[in-house]
Design a protein around this ligand. Sequence first.
Ligand code: DOR
Ligand code: ZN
Length: 454
Amino acid sequence: MTSKYLVKGGRVIDPANNADEILDILIEGNIVAAIGRDLAGKEVTAGAEIIDASGKLVTPGLVDMHVHLRDPGRTDEETIESGLRAAARGGFTSIACMSNTDPVIDSAPVVEYIKRQAADVGFGNIFPIGSITSGLEGERLSEMGELVNVGAVAFSDDGKCVMNSQLMRRALEYTKIWDKAVISHAEDGFLARGGQMHEGYYSTTLGLKGIPAAAEEVIVARDIILAGLTGGRLHIAHLSTAGSLDLVKRAKEQGIRVTCEVTPHHLTLTDENLQGYNTNFKVNPPLRTAEDVAALRQGLRDGVIDAIASDHAPHARHEKEVEFDFAPFGLIGLETTLALILTEIVDRDVIGLSEAIGKMSVGPAEILGIAKGRLGIGDDADIVIIDSNVQHEVDPSKFESKSINTPYTGWRLKGLVTDVFSAGKPVIKGKVFVDGSVEGSRVLDPWKENHGYS
Ligand code: DOR
Ligand code: ZN
């Protein structure tokens, strides 16, 4: 017998279909079978288990197009399973994982490994992003055709910039064959070399070497020019400066095929936050100025920004707890992104709820060319139920992620994911994972506990 669930009486927000109203959704097998007002009691819903969503938001399973899983390579920091669990807890049923694993996602077996592991875990979908250059070495293109054949959805050397303009040109040309996006980590390695934080007033007062806004902007400009030259599809990852945004805005006006994403941290934090030398604020691109944050918020309003993505970048605690200059760049975001956006962006009227959900569902899904992030009849039943009134305090010890490098510890945020369906299967039900683990019950790595890392 196929399983049937009736998600009843929730405020359904489905930006792809312009829906924002109280509706019932019938899940049958893996798909959305019906959607409408008061489906309860109708013949189609006979035998369905009722999930009461009244007073809550019901959205498509969210899509995070920029996630670093450390599997293969650094499974002490994140595994495919812990990453998928963290994603589900944060409302994401589809994540695209970046290629800077060890080995790099530059060959078919690595893509196949990730997909197989994800299927075994079963908590959601992983869409691997292949590397642009073999081994992220920036010397020659990866086997892109082979990677597409086994399921790579886009290409990126994220974490590193492709400094060779000729290679970037070739990547943009070659990917046109499959209409895949080339995702640019826009950072001039020479301008940024040795930099620890944004170059400006605070880098001077803190005595840390700066990374100028220009390091990002010269590459954004170069890649836009190359996208114009080739007709290839360019996506700018973690765009962080007012100047970059302006370049993307003007390129879009000229009809160049460019999209961009911003992270929650570049929308909510500034370089001023570095004052305590807390390495959990050390991220690449660096936290910028208050003016940049204001410009990015305006970019959301204007629609220049297409997606919000976490850039979830787990790092081991012992590697972050070192002098600032020696700590790796990156912070985790899967379990805080939705609540941060609801609290700091939607509640502060930067953009509306539907727009915000769109930037975390259909927006990124369209860039990746995946049939996700929408709730029409016949679509995959990836569905999230959110209690948007519940306030909670960010406590990394309760994270599903294996890492705890968040700058948001102690922040009080609104919005808690209570239920998650992936392809019609319940993953989280009433805040409890279907495998029985409840919120905050994560068992820490015994080594970490023994060494005081709780
Ligand atoms: O802060 C970052 N961390 N930025 C990147 O581009 C890469 C990432 C990582 O992999 O840790
Ligand atoms: Zn990244």
